[in-house]
Design a binder for this molecule. Structure first.
Ligand code: ARG
Length: 470
C-alpha cells in the first residue's frame, strides 16, 4: 500500500514526538491517551530533575559536555523545578511522561544544550533511578512515622504498667497480663516493620543510572560521580537487571502490606475493646463518628477504616507482583504500570500512620473494667497448676486437678480465689494457705518475672529499652 501523506498529517507537521525521527505518521489520539503516564508520574519531577543535574554534572566532568553547557542545563532545570513548585508548569499529555515534559521544556528554555542532556542515558535507567530516589525518601518518611506511632503507644503504656487486663487466646480469657505489656507487643510488631523498611532501603539505594536503555553506553561515563552526587551507596552491577527489575518496589509494597496487616490487628482489638461488651477503652469524640439514624451511636470508624485500607495495600502488592511476573529482560513498557499501585501504597501509609497515631492519645483506658474482665474466666488457673508443680505434683496431674477445681468453680459460680481452703484441699491435699497469693491477678503477673514476661518490673524494663531503641 502506498503512503497517503495528504490524509495522514506527517510527524513533522503535527504532534512531533521526541522519539519521532523514524515515524511518518503522528500518534493515534487514543494511543496517546492510553500510553501517557504524565497524569501520575508528574510527582517524580523533583527526583527526575535531581537525577538530570547529576547526570549533566558527570557528563561535564568526563568531557562529554562543556562546563557552560552543564551550567546552562543546571540552571535551566532549577528554574523548571521552581516553576513546577509554584504551579507554573503546564504538563502535556503529548509529551507522554515526566521525563520528556521536563526535557522538552529545558530545550525550549535553553536551546541546544538542552538537547544534549539525554546523552548516554535512556528513559529506562532514568525512570528506574527516579523511582529509587523517590522510594528512598518515602522510606525515610515512613521510619519517622513509625517512630511517632511507637512513641504514642509507649506514652499510652507508661502509666498502665500495673494495669491488669485479661490476655486472650482464641479470644477466650487466658491469663492476666499488664496492659502496657499488650501495648509493647504492638510496638514490637512496628519495630520489625521499621527494620523491614530500613533493610529494603538498602536494596533501593543502588543506582541504575548509566545502564542507559539496557546495555550501557559508549560514552566514557563515570558512574561513581553520579552515585556520589545522588547519595546512592553503589551503582547497579548489571545494566539489564538495573533497567528492568522492580523487585525493590515490590519489597516496599510488601513491607507496606505487612505493616497494614499489623495495623489491622491493632484496629480489630481497638474496635472490640470499645464495644459495649468489652468497654475496655473509650476513644475521644474527635476520633469517632456517629450514626445518621441511631442517635446513641459512637463508632470507632478510624480503626475500621485503617483495617479496611489494609485491603487496598494488599491489592497494590498483588498488582506489582503480577505486573513483574513473566517479564523477559530487559525493560518493558509494562513497568510504567508500577507507579500507580506504588504511589497508592505510599499515599495510604502516609495518611493511615498519622491518623492512627493521632488517635492513640485519645484512648482512655478503663482500668476497672479490664480488671473485672480478668477476674472472670479463671485466668489464674495456670498459676494454680504451676503452684501444684512446685509442691512436687507432675504437671499433667496438676493440670487435671485444676481442671476439676475450675469445674467446681463454674458450677458454684465462684472465682478461684473465693473457694475455701478446705474445699481446695479436697482436690489437692498439698494445697496450703499460700495458694491465695498465687490465685490473685497481681500475684499472677508478678510471678512472670523473666525477660519477655508480663511482670510489671519486666514490662517497665522493656518499655525503657523500647524507648531507647526508637
Ligand atoms: N514512562 C515510562 C515508564 O514509566 C518511562 C520509560 C519509558 N521507556 C521507553 N522505552 N518507552 O516506564
Amino acid at each position: 500500500m502506498s503512503k497517503q501523506p495528504d490524509q495522514q498529517p506527517s510527524a513533522k507537521t503535527a504532534n512531533k514526538k521526541m522519539w519521532g525521527g523514524r515515524f511518518q505518521q503522528s500518534t493515534n489520539e487514543l494511543v496517546e491517551q492510553f500510553s501517557e503516564s504524565i497524569s501520575f508520574d508528574a510527582r517524580l519531577y523533583e527526583h527526575d530533575i535531581r537525577g538530570s543535574i547529576a547526570h549533566a554534572t558527570m557528563l561535564a566532568a568526563v568531557g562529554v559536555l562543556t562546563n557552560e553547557e552543564r551550567d546552562s542545563i543546571k540552571s535551566g532545570l532549577l528554574n523548571i523545578l521552581a516553576d513546577i513548585q509554584a504551579g507554573d508548569f503546564t504538563w502535556s499529555t503529548a509529551l507522554e511522561d515526566v521525563h520528556m515534559n521536563i526535557e522538552a521544556r529545558l530545550t525550549k528554555d535553553i536551546g541546544e544544550a538542552g538537547k544534549k542532556l539525554h546523552t548516554g542515558r535512556s528513559r529506562n535507567d532514568q525512570v528506574a533511578t527516579d523511582i529509587r530516589l523517590y522510594l528512598r525518601d518515602r522510606s525515610d518518611a515512613q521510619v519517622e512515622l513509625l517512630n511517632n506511632l511507637q512513641t504514642a503507644l509507649l506514652d499510652l503504656a507508661e502509666p498502665e504498667i500495673e494495669t491488669i487486663m485479661p490476655g486472650f487466646t482464641h479470644l477466650q480469657v487466658a491469663q492476666p497480663i499488664s496492659f502496657a505489656h499488650h501495648m509493647l507487643a504492638w510496638c514490637e510488631m512496628l519495630q520489625r516493620d521499621k527494620e523491614r523498611v530500613l533493610s529494603t532501603r538498602e536494596r533501593i539505594n543502588v543506582m541504575p543510572l548509566g545502564s542507559a536503555a539496557l546495555a550501557g553506553t559508549s560514552f566514557p561515563i563515570d558512574r561513581s560521580i553520579t552515585c556520589e552526587l545522588l547519595g546512592f551507596a553503589t551503582p547497579t552491577r548489571n545494566s539489564l537487571d538495573a533497567v528492568s527489575d522492580r523487585d525493590f518496589a515490590i519489597e516496599f509494597a510488601s513491607n507496606g502490606a505487612i505493616l497494614m496487616m499489623h495495623l489491622s490487628r491493632m484496629c480489630e482489638e481497638i474496635i472490640l475493646w470499645m464495644s459495649e461488651a468489652y468497654k475496655f477503652i473509650s476513644i475521644g469524640d474527635a476520633y469517632c463518628t456517629g450514626s445518621s439514624i441511631m442517635p446513641q451511636k459512637k463508632n470507632p470508624d478510624i480503626a475500621e477504616l485503617v483495617r479496611g485500607k489494609c485491603a487496598r495495600v494488599y491489592g497494590d502488592l498483588t498488582t506489582l507482583l503480577t505486573l513483574m511476573k513473566s517479564q523477559p529482560l530487559a525493560y518493558n513498557r509494562d513497568n510504567q504500570e508500577d507507579k500507580e499501585p506504588l504511589f497508592d501504597v505510599v499515599d495510604t501509609l502516609e495518611i493511615v500512620l498519622p491518623v492512627f497515631t493521632a488517635m492513640i492519645p485519645a484512648i482512655e483506658v478503663k482500668r476497672e473494667r479490664m480488671y473485672q474482665a480478668a477476674l472472670g474466666g479463671y485466668a489464674t488457673a495456670t498459676d494454680l497448676a504451676e503452684y501444684l508443680v512446685r509442691k512436687q505434683i507432675p504437671f499433667r496431674d496438676a493440670h487435671e486437678i485444676v481442671g476439676k477445681v475450675v469445674n467446681y468453680a463454674i458450677e458454684n459460680e465462684q472465682q478461684l480465689s473465693d473457694i475455701a481452703l478446705e474445699k481446695l484441699q479436697s482436690f489437692g491435699p498439698m494445697i496450703e494457705q499460700d495458694v491465695f497469693a498465687v490465685l490473685s491477678l497481681e500475684g499472677s503477673i508478678q510471678s512472670r518475672d523473666h525477660f519477655g514476661g508480663t511482670a510489671p518490673k519486666r514490662v517497665a524494663e522493656a518499655l525503657r529499652s523500647m524507648r531507647e531503641s526508637i
